[in-house]
Design a protein around this ligand. Structure first.
Ligand code: PLP
Length: 391
């Protein structure tokens, strides 16, 4: 490695042990700040959906920038409470409430959204603590083309269909006694807040009498807050809910806060030719960015010039033939020891990664505001074997 040719940032990067997730604290806080500013201007509260990124140090950095965390299980809720202390709210929703965990969940949670009417019927007599209850509803308006992400797909398992809520509101309102809020999460990676406005107008038309009895509504995640020029429909949405129904409004974005902060840094281990193309074997795997494989996304790579250059298939470290990130062009040739940086992978990577083939999980580093790298976590053989049931 010729250090004379490296910038200070590359030099520091060269010093980290790979594979490594690097989350950039400045970007994380800036993106939390963008979501926070948009929501506070609209007069709504910001919860961070920790399902997208739960590295404990990152969550701890977010505490002062959010009103709380959204969790999807008892384990997430417990971690959220440990990190928040009593300084923030925890909102939980899951299609799978576990009977043995319910009481503990109620002690930790501030807002619990039931996923179905039957889930609500089953648990409402067991509610304890200060938890406020809501129903997750499925508004039945789809904005997502890929139905694997779409909570409003046909026969969805996520939320009570709006027609059923309407029916109960009219014919059996006592069944909703104890419900003080609603949760609607129905989008993914959209920066078009007109879709949110359309959704809320739909609720307004169908569920007005119920909304006027409630205290709060959580409009979910699935929206990106990056463009200040696109926020007017968000303000209008919140304004309808506040002025017409006096509702306290929450949103719980994940990716909008965590995605751009995260990079995966890998080292080139081997390069060879296969049927006329150059294949690079990295010490990382698509199992470290599982959505690459699940959804056949091609992650962004730093230095990808996107025009014919030194072209490589970047492949992962495992035995799976499809453990491949994609094909990329670089201005300079790669060689064993070169670093490859996958960018904008901060959402849904660390939380879904696994150790298939015994390939270790990437270490976790924080890139501080001064550009230095702080090692937060290195995974060990001990953790690998404990996970597999050997002490
Ligand atoms: C209920 C709920 N809230 C929030 C989110 C976060 O969504 P995103 O990361 O797309 O903002 C999700 C994602 O699946 C979700 O299911």
């Amino acid at each position: 490695m010729n250090y004379n040719k490296l910038s200070r940032d590359e030099e520091l990067l060269a010093g980290i042990q790979t594979p490594a997730y690097v989350y950039d604290e400045t970007v994380l806080l800036a993106d939390a700040g963008m979501a926070g500013a948009a929501l506070s201007e609209a007069k709504a509260h910001l919860l961070f959906a920790m399902k997208s990124f739960s590295s404990a140090h990152g969550l701890a950095r977010l505490v002062d920038h959010v009103d709380g965390f959204h969790a999807s299980s008892l384990f997430e809720a417990k971690l959220a409470r440990e990190i928040l202390g009593q300084n923030g709210q925890i909102h939980v929703t899951t299609p799978a409430l576990i009977p043995d965990e319910f009481d503990e969940l109620c002690q930790i949670t501030d807002m619990l959204s039931f996923n179905s009417l039957t889930q609500w019927d089953r648990y409402k007599s067991q509610i304890s603590g200060k938890v406020r209850c809501s129903l997750r509803i499925n508004p039945g308006l789809s904005f997502i083309k890929d139905e694997r992400y779409d909570p409003c797909r046909r026969h969805s398992k996520l939320g009570v269909p709006i027609a059923d809520v309407h029916n109960v509101m009219i014919h059996d309102p006592d069944r909703l006694e104890g419900i003080t809020g609603l949760l609607v999460h129905s989008n993914s990676d959209s920066d078009d807040f007109r879709e949110l406005l359309t959704t809320v107008n739909h609720l307004d038309r169908l569920l007005g009498p119920l909304l006027s009895k409630l205290k709060w509504i959580d409009l979910g995640g699935g929206y990106l807050f990056y463009d200040p020029g696109k926020l007017e429909p968000l303000r209008e949405t919140v304004s309808i809910l506040r002025s017409k129904y006096g509702l306290e409004v929450y949103m719980e974005p994940g990716a909008s806060i965590s995605r751009r902060a995260g990079n995966l840094v890998a080292t080139v281990l081997d390069i060879f030719s296969s049927d006329g193309k150059s294949v690079v074997i990295l010490d990382a795997s698509v199992n470290h960015i599982p959505e690459v494989f699940e959804f056949q996304d091609e992650p962004d790579v730093r230095g990808d010039i996107k025009i014919a250059g030194h072209r490589y298939i970047l492949a992962g470290a495992t035995c799976l033939a499809g453990d491949v990130f994609g094909e990329y062009d670089f201005a300079e040739p790669l060689q064993p020891g070169s670093k490859v940086v996958f960018e904008n992978i901060g959402a849904y990577s660390t939380v879904k990664a696994h150790m298939f083939n015994g390939v270790n999980l990437p270490s976790i580093y924080c890139r501080r505001a001064d550009g230095t790298y702080d090692l937060k976590k290195r995974f060990t053989y001990q953790e690998f074997k404990t996970h597999l049931g050997r002490e």
